[in-house]
Write a protein that binds this ligand. Structure first.
Ligand code: PNS
Length: 165
């Protein structure tokens, strides 16, 4: 049984992430999405909210499950007896960081390999940060996210604005 971990911040999950999840679920027997719960980053959504949003968009993919993790990715991979880490590559600009991460992971945990999937061209420009920036200025984010996720981002931005954050 081939088990993969697809890790990330997913703040929030975009259609680009979903494309990678859907394709991974076709290749692997089981895909565990690892949502990084890292206190040093200040995400828009809590880890619990990000997990729930991922659960909602992957409800139709029976071999995909969602967990949050803290600490080292390789420890999360080992704990779940996964075979590989999956990462999406959008453009050459991603490559240096991704190469460094995958090589570091393999040095600190020999045997933990990374599989790269090239992002669908349709989403090659897309990132959670860009989506949040557009939403911050009330731009239309409906073409980047599942409708329920777009709604949550808009609600969160409106609440932040109201509270003066
Ligand atoms: O979606 P992101 O923010 O690009 O994902 C980055 C992530 C979560 C894969 C990376 O930051 C990570 O693995 N963090 C866990 C801590 C860790 O293992 N660091 C060493 C990796 S070289």
């Amino acid at each position: 049984m081939a088990v993969a971990v697809y890790p990330g911040s997913f703040d929030p999950v975009t259609l680009g992430h979903y494309d990678i999840i859907e394709r991974s679920a076709k290749i692997m027997d089981r895909v565990i999405i690892g949502v990084l719960n890292n206190n040093s980053k200040t995400p828009l959504f809590s880890a619990e909210e990000r997990v729930n949003m991922l659960k909602s968009v992957t409800a139709g993919l029976p071999n995909v499950e969602i967990q949050s993790f803290e600490g080292l990715l390789v420890d999360f991979v080992k704990k779940n007896h996964a075979d590989v880490i999956i990462r999406g590559l959008r453009a050459i600009t991603d490559f240096e960081y991704e190469l460094q991460m995958s090589q570091t992971n393999r040095v600190i945990a020999p045997g933990v390999d990374t599989l790269f999937l090239t992002t669908n061209l349709k989403y090659s420009y897309l990132s959670s940060s860009i989506v949040k920036e557009i939403a911050m200025y009330q731009g239309d984010i409906s073409m980047f996210l599942h409708p329920e996720i777009a709604r949550k981002v808009e609600e969160k931005m409106a609440a932040r604005k109201k509270s003066g954050e």
